[in-house]
Design a protein around this ligand. Structure first.
Ligand code: PLP
Length: 385
């Protein structure tokens, strides 16, 4: 089956008991048993308690696995709950090599939570495979990649980076939030685990938080499923329902997102007040060729800098009307963000500057509005600068 068909028909789209064409919300915390220790089975799962199993969650997990062409998916209460679940499969003394311009919340969790519990981290420029290779140590168990990355939209060679990890007996996780499975399937490129903040494109409607970990590795799946229940990082059934509904239209939305972003990136790069545009669809982007090979299209996230720097960025952001100045991304409505003071404020300024996130950087999550209105909005805000 092709992508859009899978998005519509995977993961129990119909309720097998009633034929309802939309799978219902099982709003329950527990399940009755007819005799002690013999729970009911449904969708191949034993129904003991809501933290362990919920059919609405199982249906979502089956859809998420199908979209990444994987055997297993686990849903979490947020993207970061999925990250924490992954970290909870490690132990003190383990070492993780992570790309340096990663999601600010992941950086915060690694450096301020799990580093205190004895997990060691080295942050590297993952677009440079030699840096990745030389960061490995004997205790390295995990390579953490994000491509395209946040907020500089860097592209890492996932296939080659996974080979480095394999040669050192480490697993590779790819945060595929920016690309979505519509544009990129890291498991096919050699990754062991895919992470999504389903809060973003997969749900797509800016009305729920969620996360997912997706894998073909049976042992990893079992340990992650254990953590999901043992630590209680589970999403509620209503959130699962909304994410299942959102992902049915992922393909259609991504097509429009990408088409709009490409036009905006080209328009911005020819604007006199714009000094730099970061978008892999532009031939000038250092990762352009690689993105064309490992992705089906270039995505809808782009960043740029104004010649006037941080002060101009503030004036520009205050004058947007169609774009909402807000954290988050991947919603149908266009969002603008100032990484230095918003999504990446938890990164120390020295670290932020050393990885190239300037105080004037602006990140856009291009929505599915009519592109003429988006260009008109940018034009007016740039006139005020
Ligand atoms: C948002 C985001 C996360 C964290 O997800 P939440 O749902 O906000 O907890 C992780 N990685 C990336 C790339 C993100 O954009």
């Amino acid at each position: 089956m092709k992508f859009n068909t899978k998005a519509l028909h995977s993961g129990s789209p119909n309720d097998p008991q009633t034929g309802a064409v939309t799978f219902p919300i099982y709003q329950t915390s527990t399940y009755g048993q007819s005799t002690p220790g013999k729970p009911n089975r449904f969708l191949d799962r034993e129904l003991n308690y809501g933290r362990g199993e919920n059919p609405t969650r199982t249906a979502l997990e089956q859809s998420l696995a199908a979209l990444e062409d994987a055997k297993h998916a686990l849903a979490f209460s947020s993207g970061l709950a999925g990250v924490a679940a992954m970290m909870n499969t490690l132990k003190a003394g383990d070492h993780v090599v992570a790309c340096q311009d990663l999601y600010g919340g992941c950086y915060r969790m690694f450096s301020k939570v799990y580093a205190n519990l004895g997990i060691e981290y080295t942050f590297v420029d993952a677009t440079d495979l030699d840096s990745v290779r030389s960061a490995f140590r004997d205790n390295t168990v995990l390579l953490w990649l994000e491509s395209p990355s946040n907020p500089l939209i860097n592209i890492t060679d996932i296939r080659e980076a996974c080979k480095i990890a394999q040669s050192r007996n480490a697993k590779t996780l790819v945060d595929n939030t920016f690309a979505t499975p519509y544009l990129q399937r890291p498991l096919a490129l050699g990754a062991d685990i895919v992470l999504h903040s389903t809060t973003k494109y997969i749900n797509g409607h800016a009305d729920v938080l969620g996360g997912a970990l997706i894998t073909n590795d049976e042992e990893l799946y079992r340990s992650l499923k254990f953590v999901q229940n043992a630590c209680g990082f589970v999403p509620g059934p209503q959130d699962c329902f909304l994410i299942s509904r959102g992902l049915r239209t992922l393909g259609l939305r991504m097509e429009r997102h990408c088409a709009n972003a490409k036009l905006l990136a080209e328009w911005l790069s020819s604007h006199a007040k714009v000094s730099k545009v970061f978008y892999p669809g532009l031939e000038s982007h250092p990762g352009h060729k690689l993105a064309a090979e490992q992705m089906n299209d270039f995505g809808a996230m782009l960043s740029f800098e104004l010649s006037g720097g941080a002060d101009s960025a503030r004036v520009f952001l205050e004058n947007l009307k169609v774009f909402t100045l807000a954290e988050s991304l991947g919603a149908i409505q266009s969002l603008a963000n100032h990484p230095a003071s918003m999504t990446h404020a938890s990164m120390e300024p020295e670290v932020r500057h050393s990885v190239g996130i300037s105080d004037g950087l602006i990140r856009l999550s291009v929505g599915i509005e009519d592109v003429e209105d988006l260009i008109a909005d940018l034009t007016t805000a740039l006139e005020k600068v």
